[in-house]
Design a protein around this ligand. Structure first.
Ligand SMILES: Cc1ncc(COP(=O)(O)O)c(C=O)c1O
Ligand SMILES: [Zn+2]
Length: 402
């Protein structure tokens, strides 16, 4: 296992993870996992699943028996031949839809729940519109505790029912709440205080960020190509931090690809701040209200004020950009995912359909090519981050394609 400590980015405090920290014990600042040194071999092929990356991860499958806690495997890289020809780039899908609960958030599950186990925390409150919640529920169920208390907006009730098998009531308690995401987050905080149970910190939770780091490690260490652009749909933006951290932790920071972060136009605070050249997210970048759209189910984080100031220097360093896609563009992006045969075949075999989040990200690619941000001939990796959950899609949107 890697030797690692926690380090505060604000005051420099450094110490072992001897308890469950939400922020720096000195100044409440941003905590990061800091590796003591870069290992000569970041991959240990004697291990399976995510445990192969233990030399650069905060867990130790050599000293501890962890194998039964996780079994996800590398996800496929698919060359999108026809779409590449249409767009005049070399486009690859990293297909995260094959994950057990259909989204890349499964990568956060074990690391998040294991952190509770290590620090003897029995219960955790989490807000989720469905994807992170399902992934954490899967891990809580698979690991048989700690217990997860999940606050979900009533509008996402169908979404979380998609994978019932991952919600063992002994380990996952669901609370449905009528209201916007922001109201649900407030309710989650209120309930957690009232019940004396810790609340998960979103972007500030280093376990979640380390979990998504597994995506970047896989891209950097198991694919035989290098890409010019990495493209992802953005809510809180954990994925941007985590991709960059993966390259940093293996001492290849200079090779981190340019990152395109794509938001939905109805809720695009990061795009607003980015266009403004602002180092922080100010109230004028935050949408006053988010008018519901059938094309936007998940990417609805109104005020990612904690993450944006950390993502901005990363995006500057890698030459990245943020862009927004409107409903029509998301619709077209969803259809474009079916330009090649791969997702049609996946649908026929498994019934899984591409989610609106990767459709949004693909819409962002199309836009960035049009605007000249992504130049012709670039090698682009699209994080196909999630499958649609029940109720997400109107099948008429895919008319004639399946
Ligand atoms: C399917 C999917 N894609 C992308 C994202 C965005 O992730 P982040 O903004 O945390 O990197 C999410 C977040 O919930 C998601 O569920
Ligand atoms: Zn500090």
């Amino acid at each position: 296992m890697a030797e690692w400590t926690l380090r505060c980015a604000a005051c420099g405090w450094q110490g072992p993870e001897d308890q469950y920290y939400v922020g720096c014990p000195k100044c409440e600042g941003f905590l990061e996992v800091a590796l003591a040194k870069i290992p000569s071999q970041p991959v240990d092929n004697s291990q399976r699943s995510i445990f192969r990356f233990h030399p650069v991860m905060p867990f130790d499958p050599v000293a501890n028996d962890l194998a039964s806690y996780e079994d996800i495997e590398n996800t496929p890289m698919i060359f999108a031949e026809r779409l590449s020809a249409d767009l005049d780039v070399e486009l690859w899908f990293k297909d995260e839809m094959v994950m057990p609960s259909g989204t890349w958030k499964d990568r956060e599950g074990f690391v998040s729940m294991y952190r509770l186990l290590r620090n003897k925390v029995s219960d955790l409150f989490v807000f989720s519109s469905g994807n992170t919640g399902t992934s954490l529920a899967r891990s809580a169920t698979k690991m048989r505790g700690p217990r997860l208390h999940l606050v979900v907006p009533k509008s996402s009730e169908k979404r979380v029912a998609t994978y019932r098998q991952f919600f063992d009531p002994d380990f996952v308690k669901l609370y449905f709440f009528e209201g916007s995401n922001d109201e649900c987050i407030a309710e989650s905080k209120r309930l957690s205080r009232e019940m004396g149970i810790r609340a998960e910190g979103g972007f500030s939770n280093y376990a979640r960020r380390e979990g998504l780091k597994l995506f970047g490690l896989e891209l950097a260490l198991t694919w035989d190509k290098k890409c010019d652009w990495y493209v992802q749909p953005i809510a809180g933006g954990i994925g941007i931090y985590s991709l960059h951290k993966a390259y940093s932790d293996i001492d290849r920071r200079g090779e981190c690809p340019r990152i395109l972060g794509v938001q939905a136009e109805i809720c695009a605070p990061m795009v607003n701040a980015w266009k403004d050249g602002s180092a922080v997210l100010e109230d004028r970048h935050v949408p006053a209200t988010v008018v519901p759209s059938p094309y936007v189910r998940v990417l609805r984080t109104r005020k990612p004020a904690d993450s944006y100031p950390i993502l901005k220097p990363i995006m500057d360093e890698v030459g990245g950009a943020f862009v927004a896609a409107n409903d029509q563009e998301i619709h077209d992006g969803l259809r474009a995912l079916y330009r090649d045969d791969y997702y049609r075949a996946l649908y026929r075999e498994t019934g899984k359909l591409c989610g609106l989040e990767p459709a949004t990200a693909l819409a962002g690619i199309v836009k960035a090519i049009k605007e000249g941000t992504i130049t012709r001939g670039s090698r682009v990796v699209l994080n196909v981050s999630g499958a649609a959950k029940d109720g997400d899609l109107n099948l008429a949107w895919l008319d004639g394609l399946l």
